[in-house]
Design a binder for this molecule. Structure first.
Ligand SMILES: C=CC1=C(C)c2cc3[nH]c(cc4nc(cc5[nH]c(cc1n2)c(C)c5CCC(=O)O)C(CCC(=O)O)=C4C)c(C)c3C=C
Ligand code: FE2
Length: 419
């Protein structure tokens, strides 16, 4: 379809039926054609190659441009909306155009702006779905990553990092394909659940015909007044031992990739872990604490009094027993010797239809320079982890999150330069 035809289509009175055609991925693809869809998007206000700057006046704003993407060492927000997507594009060029299109939109969203400037044309769908109107940027961070399957799908195996592969099967895994894998991910975190959801919804909508959602998960963290470590749904402080987000030396050792096109990026691992709350709630406090090797109320490791007190996993009492049980989650995780940056969120998604129990748990997210760091810890937890009695791993995915973007560039440029 030519541009003038597209303009005619936009300017003519559009019936509700036509509108449905324009907004439906599949139908629009057939009725308008892949290139025509771009024209419709443009008519809705998406200026594909515009450069947008970080706002200097927006309140509660995280910057988009920088050495690293936001949402990795950004202070943890209260909410996440995590989406794993599959691509519908069939060429590298279309994939590149997708990231070029998304880049300014991500900046706008993180500025707390609408996806497009307000349009007075009521005959076409609005460029922004509107539910974030009147809300500020809410410290929105958006992190985009690419999964192993993307490289295979689009014939890009020669630039697929050797580290980017599906995780091995772990002994207690009960993974469901509806929460596993994906070609791309969008991690949107914000201090307002609607701002996070709006970001994913609008990025996916702007990429209509190019991507589809494979699975998604909303999550939350509640911080004590005055700050401090949030508690997970087992009521334990979760996130105590983590590299400091200000410790460049540690982050370079643990989080940031230092070679190839992914330099400055990081590997994101997402695990959807169901927590069997009903079983946990029938367990004595003593057994709950032995599960972690930490006291519930203070968060202190066994044998210590304060949350951040250091401990020695090998320390024994005078009877020769480990002070921190050797089947406890923390003992086994620490003993692995590997470190990752954890950035997890709780979820509660209704009821499991087969058991009538809560469908709730942890969307465990970690960042690391090599997924092997995660695998080492998970293998150490293995069959021994006392927490296994209370959890089931249901979903899993790994993504290579792009390095940060400099103004004038776009998300993933280094990958396309390497092709
Ligand atoms: C393979 C990595 C990990 C998975 C999966 C995991 C799941 C998981 N963890 C908790 C709760 C807690 N984890 C804690 C510590 C901790 N966990 C991991 C790794 C995984 N956890 C590490 C590396 C550590 C730190 C170990 C150390 O060196 O001290 C804690 C203790 C407090 C803290 O440090 O955060 C809790 C509590 C749940 C509920 C869960 C899955 C549902
Ligand atoms: Fe843990």
């Amino acid at each position: 379809m030519t541009t003038s035809n597209e303009e005619k289509l936009i300017n003519k009175k559009i019936s509700r039926r036509d509108m449905l055609k324009l907004t439906s991925i599949g139908v629009a693809g057939v009725a308008i054609g892949a290139s025509g869809l771009g024209g419709v998007m443009k008519a809705m206000g998406y200026d594909v190659f515009e450069t947008v700057a970080d706002s200097t006046t927006a309140s509660n704003k995280i910057n988009f441009y920088g050495e690293h993407q936001s949402g990795i060492v950004t202070p943890v927000q209260t909410n996440i909306y995590f989406a794993s997507l599959d691509v519908l594009v069939t060429s590298k060029k279309e994939l590149q155009e997708l990231f070029q299109q998304w880049t300014p939109l991500v900046v706008r969203l993180m500025n707390g702006e609408l996806m497009v400037d307000v349009s007075t044309n009521t005959r076409v769908p609005t460029g922004d779905t509107g539910e974030a109107e009147g809300l500020d940027a809410a410290n929105l961070s958006i992190t985009i990553g690419v999964g192993p399957s993307l490289f295979d799908k689009l014939g890009m195996q020669h630039v697929k990092p050797a580290e980017l592969k599906d995780l091995p099967h772990f002994p207690k895994d009960q993974l469901q394909k509806e929460y596993t894998g994906g070609d791309l991910c969008i991690q949107a975190c914000a201090d307002d659940p609607q701002v996070a959801f709006h970001a994913v919804r609008n990025l996916v909508r702007a990429a209509s015909g190019k991507v589809e959602i494979k699975w998604s998960q909303a999550g939350f963290n509640s911080f004590p007044a005055g700050g401090g470590t949030p508690r997970n749904l087992f009521a334990f402080k979760d996130g105590t031992v983590n590299p400091a987000i200000t410790d460049e030396k540690d982050l370079n050792k643990i989080v940031w990739v230092d070679k190839g096109w992914l330099k400055g990026g990081s590997y994101l691992i997402a695990r959807k872990v169901q927590m069997h709350l009903e079983t946990w709630d029938r367990t004595s406090l003593k057994d709950q604490e032995a599960t972690f090797g930490r006291y519930r109320d203070s968060g202190a490791p066994f044998g210590k009094t304060k949350e951040f007190d250091d401990f020695d996993v090998e320390a024994k009492d005078d009877k020769g027993n480990y002070i921190m049980p050797d089947t406890s989650h923390v003992h086994l995780a620490r003993k692995s010797g590997a470190r990752v940056l954890r950035r997890s969120y709780s979820y509660a998604s209704g009821v499991m239809s087969n058991t009538g129990t809560h469908d709730a748990g942890l969307i465990f997210i970690s960042f690391q320079k090599d997924p092997a760091q995660f695998t080492t810890i998970q293998n150490s937890l293995g069959r021994m982890d006392k927490m296994n009695e209370y959890i089931t791993h249901r979903g899993s995915a790994v993504f290579a999150c792009f390095p940060g973007v400099q103004k004038g560039s776009y998300l993933g440029e280094a990958l396309f330069n390497a092709l």
